[in-house]
Design a protein around this ligand. Structure first.
Ligand code: ADP
Ligand code: ZN
Length: 432
């Protein structure tokens, strides 16, 4: 019931609690050496914000700030009040460490349970979590949410595909949390065993932790015969449980009673109106141990201005278009890996894995897209394959405005990762 009510807060209730919580968090934050300095510089250490319009006057926090204050510079409570540490995956450099009090863990579990409840998970579900446990927040973070909701929770962890399949079957798992690229790989292992993934007992998949397109989601849904929901989070804001799709699968509701949401122009720092694409900036409104204010996520998205047909008023963000760090400049054009994935997933003959290689072509940078072809098409004659290659090339050209080299490869021949997929490989000498 509480889970349901929190999803159905009114806009007024959200705004009121945001201002009160923002001020509480500011008060806590200045107890940390980092924010004592940072907020001190703008004179924001002892006066509460009169309204949320004044959030704009506060400085941003960046990943570099977290790295510079590593390990304890952002702690707002004595160390003995802490009960857990997590770290980011380090996808884009040195990982950052995040600390939690018991209250922090409780509110995180509550938020996670809220997401799962929203997409229809109930205590009767048997839930299997295929995320790596340990420092990665997708393990314990999702786990605690599932237990809070009351599901029978199986902490299977990452990898060991045959064991995963056995666990699903032996315990008739109905819901799974799985990284999208691994979901596709696991389906191919199941098929290799002569079985059909859709015959398993699963009905719901929570997928996230890495950028992926709607095309990949639809493939997962078709393969397993499930509904798959996009789950977004980052360790700096707890981990999973920040934003989640509802039953309409059109954008992710951000729990605005727990996170203050902004989208900014990454060049100027100016706050953008709803609807415009920019960098997501989040403030944790409930944190005790390590409050983080106006955190620049480097994830690109926009706030969807239209009301969601589900009636929940927590605003939605669009599926993450990519990280600003992932942007490649090739022949003067800005390209994101997700643009390439979107094109590939629209082509029926394309298999479930691809990699983008950056290489030096004379004095210019170029990219080569290596694409797995589906088993049933790979056996076709040379002419058909050449035709497919040309079709992929020209579709990519339409989307990214340059013509990358396209190489078709055998199904299951590209490297796989049990964690987040590595879609871009840099082969340029100075980056090798
Ligand atoms: P790292 O930044 O080192 O990967 P985290 O494990 O904290 O560390 O991962 C958080 C990041 O993962 C997010 O900032 C975002 O870039 C990516 N991410 C998480 N969930 C999603 C999702 N559903 N869609 C797209 N990207 C996601
Ligand atoms: Zn909705």
């Amino acid at each position: 019931m509480v889970l349901e009510a929190a999803q159905r807060l009114t806009r007024d209730a959200i705004s009121q609690c945001q201002l009160a919580r923002f001020n509480t968090v500011l008060k806590r934050a200045v107890r940390s050496p980092f924010y004592a300095d940072r907020l001190g510089e703008v004179g924001a250490t002892d006066v509460p914000l009169p309204s949320l319009d004044h959030v704009n006057d506060l400085p941003f926090t960046t990943k570099d700030d977290l790295r510079a204050s590593y390990p304890h510079g952002m702690l707002a409570v004595p160390k003995e009040h802490l009960v857990r540490m997590h770290a980011s995956s380090g996808t884009t450099g040195t990982p950052t460490a995040i600390f939690h009090t018991q209250n922090d863990l409780n509110s995180w579990a509550e938020l996670m349970a809220r997401c799962m409840h929203m997409v229809g998970l109930r205590p009767s579900d048997v839930f299997i979590n295929m995320s790596g446990y340990g420092l990665f927040t997708g393990g314990l973070g999702i786990h605690n949410g599932a237990e809070r909701l009351g599901c029978l929770t199986i902490p299977s962890g990452a990898g060991n595909s045959r064991r995963q399949i056995k666990l699903i079957e032996d315990f008739q798992a109905t819901a799974v949390h799985i990284i999208p690229s691994y979901a596709l790989h696991l389906a191919s292992v199941i098929s290799d065993m002569g079985r059909n993934p859709a015959d398993l007992s699963l009905r719901i998949a929570l997928i996230g932790a890495e950028p992926h397109t709607d095309g990949i989601r639809r493939r997962i849904e078709e393969l397993y015969g499930v509904k798959a929901y996009n789950s977004y989070g980052l360790s700096e804001m707890n981990g999973p449980g920040v934003a989640f799709e509802c039953e309409y699968q059109d954008g992710l509701h951000v729990w605005e009673d727990a996170f203050y949401l902004e989208v900014i122009n990454p060049e100027t720092g100016e706050v953008l109106p709803d609807g415009e694409l920019g960098e997501l900036v989040l403030t944790s409104l409930c944190r005790e141990g390590m409050p983080i204010i106006r955190y620049r996520t480097r994830d690109l998205t926009r706030i969807l201005p239209e009301p969601c047909p589900c009636g929940r008023v927590h605003r939605r963000i669009e599926r993450i278009a990519g990280r600003s760090d992932d942007m490649m400049i090739v022949k003067g054009v800005n390209i994101y890996p997700m643009q390439i994935e979107r094109v590939l997933m629209q082509i029926g003959e394309v298999g479930d894995n691809y990699v983008i290689e950056r290489y030096r072509d004379g004095f210019m940078d170029n990219i080569r897209v290596r694409v797995e072809v589906r088993e049933e098409f790979f056996v076709e004659d040379m002419r058909a394959l050449t035709g497919l290659q040309k079709r992929i090339s020209s579709s990519l050209r339409d989307e990214i405005l340059i013509t990358p080299k396209v190489e078709l490869v055998e199904p299951k021949s590209l490297p796989k990762s049990e964690g987040k997929a590595h879609r871009v490989v840099d082969l340029r000498e100075d980056n090798a």
